[in-house]
Each structure stands twice: as structure tokens, then as C-alpha cells.
Design a protein around this ligand. Structure first.
Ligand code: NAD
Length: 386
């Protein structure tokens, strides 16, 4: 019976179309692509597209996100995968080094790890590649002088910003919250920390699920925007005191900790969707003297019972709620299809020499954004394609 990987591949229609083209045009013939990106079902669709283009692939995952089923599937389908699921930073670094030991011609990086390690031990022949994230862009932009190669940053495409960050993250956070908790959202007071691209999507999705949503953001412009968008923007303590659910999605450091325990309503549910598991300081809460009992549920929920009887629940230990916990699904397939189509086209541009040294750590070229947008509309809404 076809499984989730097959289902994802079937619905990555842009990648399928690109793979069909690549089978003829073979932009990566004779080239090796080294990848360090989450190994989960949607990445499979990307890697198989690159292979259809003639690439030899050597892949490893990111810290703490490799899905064992995906690993097994890739190996069964003769994609060379280094390593395994790990939370150990030095193991992960070894896996990345093994990818670089194959001296790939192109790198597909996620967080800047591969390019940084390449600089520690450079080799001849690296043409350049892509970087998926903002955090990677920030690291690599400081090293342009040394990198001296085309590196196209996927996250800086407007398509990635609106299709994934604004639309998909909010949907998948709501989906994950409901799947994990199976609790009602109607009439619940939900506080969203952060009103950036992702937080806005989270706020809208919970409001569309009939929750009463408030927003806390350190930036007054973002608070004004949230206010004009019709959300409450109370001060931090008031927002926490009234919240039935709190979602953090800022990319900032530490937002919620044990000092907030006196404020929490009984039964509050907390989840983080920001990149780092630091926004809710779970260890600090767990270690606080007012916590009397800690109970772990199978669903990826931990209940902290306080001495005064109030219960505080934290989902997926403060890791990204839409990517952690039991059977995470992540963002919608189509939003990832768009982002990975940008990846495939950008790697093609670098392989064909259409991106130059001047394109070192720059956004996706507008021509590629247009090509991907037109391709998606042609497939999903032909009337709007012109
Ligand atoms: N879960 C996912 O699937 C997923 C996907 C994409 C991005 N992300 C992550 O989500 C986070 C947010 O991304 P974004 O694109 O919305 O970023 P952004 O920079 O557009 O917005 C972040 C917002 O948080 C606010 N903020 C920062 N520190 C704050 C604090 N201490 N208290 C209140 N507000 C604060 C900022 O003022 C800003 O408005 C990042 O960590 C990003 O990596 C997660």
C-alpha cells in the first residue's frame, strides 16, 4: 500500500513537473549535490527531482529532525544518506563532514552548516549552491569574501515568505494544536507571542477557528498592525493571565519562564512554533519549587501541576509544535512544493552557470520566482496563470 512518502510525492505537482523536464534536460549530469536539510517525506520529493536531473546525491539531515522511515526509504531507493536521527551536536557535525568528504559540486544547505564547514576545509570544484533559511543567510553573509561562489537564499524569496511563513505555518500550528490536544478552540482565549509573518498566520488561523485571539509583540509597529487587524494587544502580563492557550513564534530568545507561573490560568496550554526550543523555558518551569507533579502524556503533552492546584500544559516540550511530537506533518504539501521548486530551480541556475560570484548569498532571482509562481498557477488555477 502506498504510504505517506508516496502521498507527498503525488501531491508535489510542481516538483513532478520539474522532474519530468529534468529527465530530458539533465542539468546535474555528472554533478554531486551534498545536502544537509531535514530528512522527512517532503524532502524526498525534492531529492528525487534532483536525481531525475542526473545528480548524484549525498544527503544528511538536520539536528533532531530526521525521520527514520524517510531515511529507510531513501536508502532503499539508492540515495546515499549519511548518519541517522540524532540530537548530538558532535555526531551531527561528523555527518556533515562526511557529506563534504565526497567533495560535492553543489551544496543544498539549511542553516549554513555545510558552507561553514566547507570553509574550514575547502576543496576544489565547489560551484556554489543554496541556503534555505534566514539564520543560515545571516551566518553566511558575514563570510561572502571567503565563500566567493553563487549561493541563493530560498527564505528571501517573497514566495517562501507568503506561501510558507504567512499561510502554511499558521495552518499547521492550528492543525498540530488540535491533533495533539483534541481540544476546542471556539471561544478560547489564545495569546500569540510575535506578529511577524508566522505569528500573523497563527493569529488569523486561531481566529478563523473562533478563538478570541490577542497578540503580544515587542515592536510597537507590529502591535499597531495587530490592533488594526482587529486583534487585542494587551500588555504581556494581562495577555498571559487571561490566556487559555499561549503560542510563541518570535525567533527571539526566551519569552516564557517560571517567573510567569503566578500568572497562568488553570489548564493553560502552551506551545512554541519558533525555530529554537528556547521561547518557552521548559527546564526552568519543570525545576520550579511550585511544581508538585509532572505527568507526561503519550500525545506529546506534559502536565505540570502546581502546589496551588493549577495545571499548566506544554506541548512537544517547547520544540516546534508543527514539526515535533507524535507523527508530525509539518506545513502543507503544496507550500513545501513551492519552496522546494525554488530550490530545484536555483540549484539548476548554479549548475548551469547562470548565477555568478556576484550572487553570493543573495535572494532567489526574480526570474525564478516568476517561473515558479506561473508554474504553480498553471497547475492549480489555470485561469490565473496569465
Ligand atoms: N514552525 C515552523 O514551521 C516555522 C516555519 C518558518 C519559520 N519559523 C520560525 O518562526 C519564528 C518567527 O518567524 P517570522 O518569519 O514570523 O519572524 P519575523 O521576524 O517576521 O517576526 C518575529 C516577530 O516576533 C517579535 N518578537 C521578537 N522578540 C519578541 C519578544 N521577546 N516578545 C514578543 N515579540 C517578539 C518581533 O518583533 C517580530 O514581530 C522564527 O524562529 C522562524 O525560524 C517556524
Amino acid at each position: 500500500m502506498p504510504g505517506r512518502i508516496e502521498w507527498v510525492q503525488e501531491n508535489c505537482r510542481l516538483l513532478q513537473e520539474i522532474a519530468t523536464e529534468f529527465r530530458d534536460s539533465k542539468p546535474f549530469a555528472g554533478l554531486t549535490i551534498g545536502t544537509g536539510i531535514h530528512l522527512e517525506p517532503k524532502t524526498v520529493a525534492l531529492l528525487m527531482t534532483l536525481r531525475a536531473g542526473g545528480a548524484n546525491i549525498i544527503a544528511t539531515g538536520n539536528l533532531n529532525s530526521t525521520q527514520p522511515d524517510t531515511l529507510a526509504w531513501l536508502r532503499k531507493n539508492n540515495i546515499e544518506v549519511v548518519g541517522e536521527a540524532t540530537q548530538n551536536v558532535s555526531h551531527h557535525r561528523e555527518f556533515l563532514k562526511q557529506v563534504l568528504a565526497a567533495k560535492p559540486d553543489l551544496l543544498l544547505d539549511n542553516g549554513g552548516d555545510l558552507f561553514e564547514l566547507f570553509l574550514e576545509n575547502p576543496y576544489e570544484g565547489l560551484l556554489g549552491g543554496t541556503e534555505e533559511t534566514t539564520s543560515g543567510r545571516m551566518r553566511l553573509a558575514l563570510k561572502r569574501e571567503q565563500l566567493q561562489r553563487p549561493i541563493l537564499v530560498i527564505n528571501d524569496s517573497p514566495i517562501k515568505q507568503f506561501a510558507e511563513n504567512e499561510h502554511a505555518v499558521g495552518q499547521s500550528v492550528l492543525e498540530s494544536y488540535m491533533r495533539l490536544t483534541n481540544r476546542i478552540t471556539n471561544g478560547q482565549r489564545v495569546t500569540v507571542f510575535g506578529y511577524g509573518a508566522c505569528g500573523m498566520g497563527v493569529a488569523y488561523n486561531f481566529r478563523n477557528a473562533n478563538a478570541k485571539v490577542s497578540v503580544v509583540d515587542i515592536c510597537p509597529l507590529k502591535r499597531l498592525r495587530a490592533h488594526l487587524d482587529g486583534f487585542d494587544t494587551p500588555d504581556r502580563a494581562t495577555a498571559i493571565r487571561h490566556a487559555d492557550a499561549i503560542i510563541t513564534v518570535t525567533g527571539g530568545g526566551r519569552l516564557i519562564g517560571a517567573e510567569d507561573l503566578p500568572l497562568f490560568k488553570d489548564n493553560v496550554m502552551m506551545a512554541n512554533a519558533g525555530h529554537f526550543p528556547t521561547e518557552i523555558d521548559v527546564a526552568d518551569i519543570a525545576a520550579h519549587h511550585s511544581v508538585e507533579d509532572i505527568t507526561q502524556y503519550e500525545e506529546g503533552i506534559v502536565r505540570y501541576t502546581l502546589k496551588d492546584g493549577r495545571r499548566v500544559r506544554i506541548l512537544t516540550d517547547g520544540h516546534m509544535v508543527n514539526l515535533a511530537g507524535p507523527r508530525p506533518l509539518g506545513n502543507s504539501i503544496e507550500s513545501m512544493d513551492l519552496g522546494f521548486a525554488l530550490q530545484a530551480r536555483c540549484l539548476e541556475a548554479v549548475a548551469r552557470g547562470q548565477a555568478t560570484v556576484a550572487d553570493c548569498v543573495v535572494p532567489v532571482p526574480h526570474s525564478i520566482d516568476k517561473q515558479v509562481a506561473e508554474g504553480y498557477l498553471r497547475l492549480h488555477y489555470p485561469l490565473a496563470a496569465d
